[in-house]
Design a protein around this ligand. Sequence first.
Ligand SMILES: C[S@@+](CC[C@H](N)C(=O)[O-])C[C@H]1O[C@@H](n2cnc3c(N)ncnc32)[C@H](O)[C@@H]1O
Length: 249
Amino acid sequence: MNPRMESDAQAPAAPRSRRLHDLARAVLALFTGHPPEVRNRIKFVLLSPIYDVFYRLVPIDPHREIARRLPPGTRRVLDLCTGTALVPAVLAERAEMFVVGLDLSPEMLAMGRAKLTRAGRLEAALVRADAGRLPFRDGSFDAVTVSFGLHELPTAVRERAAHEAARVLRHGGTLVVADLDRPPRLGWLVDAYLRIGEPAHAREATGDGLARLLRAAGFAVEREGPRGAVPMQVLVARPGARSGAGPGL
Ligand SMILES: C[S@@+](CC[C@H](N)C(=O)[O-])C[C@H]1O[C@@H](n2cnc3c(N)ncnc32)[C@H](O)[C@@H]1O
């Protein structure tokens, strides 16, 4: 396959004046909260060096949960909001897979690239782009995955990303999403985290918010809600197929 992509690996280094301009915008955004992509840059500049440690401390492994829900025969996968390439790192263990990880944050991608290189997983490609405007042709992928990414996107970008995922999936392809949700036990902890640690739009992704979003973008959705104290939902969605509700995780 040959999906058209714009890799940041080919982008020339930004001149000093451009970097100062970016920094000024970042400082402005820190005080105003806008625009969202600048706030995202600041958040993940700070988190990128320690990001992977988080998954060693929590009782969830969304990346393997996603991997085991991909149908047999899946070869070409696009991982949206890939961050430090945790999903590509798992999928690239399978020799037959061609994985593209896409993210807005160059710092998260740099951590991911270093990790994939250390592990010798050079088949996975990482691309800097917006999940709401995918630089790929229609029907380029067998599967699209998103792990803990959709709650980060502002509402309008999240809606565009859902439509874009449907567009780049081949006929009969699969979208697998894992994201934060309020579990039956210790739900108050997730509530507190959402209030303190995330922008207000992140709350739209909990409960059946993501299932509704995907259905509005033309997907049939099966959702496994959180169980026990595990703060995660998993959705398996297919453009235009039969819809249903699955058991808890
Ligand atoms: C919480 S991290 C999730 C990282 C990883 N997928 C995981 O499983 O932990 C969210 C990621 O979404 C990225 N992101 C936020 N807005 C984005 C956008 N509009 N397009 C692409 N990526 C975006 C952030 O840069 C960040 O790396």
